[in-house]
Design a protein around this ligand. Sequence first.
Ligand code: LLP
Length: 438
Amino acid sequence: HGTSRINDAGHLEIGGCDVTELKAEYGTPLYILDEQLVRRRCSEYMDAFKASGLGFQVAYASKAFSVMAMCRLADEEGLSLDVVSDGELYTALKAGFPAERIHFHGNNKTSDEIEMAIDAHIGCFVVDNLVELNLLQAIAARKEVTVNILLRVTPGVEAHTHEYTATGQTDSKFGFDIGNGSAYEAVQTAAGKSNLSLLGVHSHIGSQIFETEGFQLAVERVAGFARSVKEGLDVAFRVVNLGGGFGIRYVEGDTPLQVSEYVLAITDAVKTHFAGIYSALPEIWVEPGRSIVGDAGTTLYTVGTNKDIPGVRKYVAVDGGMTDNPRPALYQSKYEALLANRANEAATEKVSIAGKCCESGDMLIWDVELPKAESGDLLAVSCTGAYNYSMASNYNRIRRPAVVFVQNGLRDLVVRRETHNDLIANDIVPARIAKQAV
Ligand code: LLP
């Protein structure tokens, strides 16, 4: 998919770059991002919303992959940005991302984070709870500014990967529940805060969702809520943010919709359910993360050892693992892989791809058909653009990999590989136990 292909040498090529050359230049493990595919996903969202005729913002959920170069791409493509911490905010600001298009999320923002975001003049806070509402009002009043807010509500729709349920969401750490009246009270409280400007509401129902029904049901619930708030409190929502969660294809059998189909389902539902509540339809904001960067990412590894347990299983170990991709261990996520330096050879055996961390759960893929992998071969695991680099760790003091953008035969390093010195950069040895210099 994307700009990937197998070249005449039988090597995987992404964005016109032969992965064996990428390995020679940057080493492995290496995160490779297909820049054209990221840009295409961005414009699919922008174009679909433009076609809807509604006012909109598409905010890239930077938690999926937050680095300065990615913030630049999102800005160039006209997207807004969702940040959830001072670190993601700092990254965006340092990348020159326009502050007025930054939205700040999170269920426990600290006063320092709130101050930093107000001082940067970000576009909007998504307020999660009453403590935050009061804190934000107090800080804004002290600074004599008015800040835009959305209230995060839980619409009573909980979406899982392959299904959604219309109950249960009351028990969530996020947001004000529509069902038990706390969202209604929050609107009333927020509307009375002199330094807060209530733009509307936000709802996020889950991640890696394939069906549109959950989103449509959420729109219906939020519209019902909007109607009661309009009638009871005379408060109108100019903005309705429907969060992220649009699924991608990781492995054969995953059946996500096209971006345009998700957008159409949502915008149609808005047109249906918000009809007649206000004189104009609200602006629709969304926050895709995974569906912007997920399938554009590939992780390149070098094969090392193997362990053949006759009749049981063959393990093939690579030079990364749960440190660069914790998703299989955390969520039993499935991935596909190919032998990237012998990509046109037929598969001859079923193997399981192990990482190099000191625990048995450090597996990347159980049971994948590959040509016989030898030490030194390259293994490419696809669809690692989202929640891989951003969730990477230094467990076992393994250095986090480099990230390279590829497009049109050009490669640009956007994150350099960590060094041994990076690993000990924050370590302090108290003088009383320090080894004395001789
Ligand atoms: N907006 C809000 C409020 C969110 O909580 C999230 C994701 C998104 C947007 C973006 O959702 P996306 O379009 O990427 O599905 N680490 C997990 C995923 C956690 C998602 C957390 N929230 C994983 O690797 O699957």
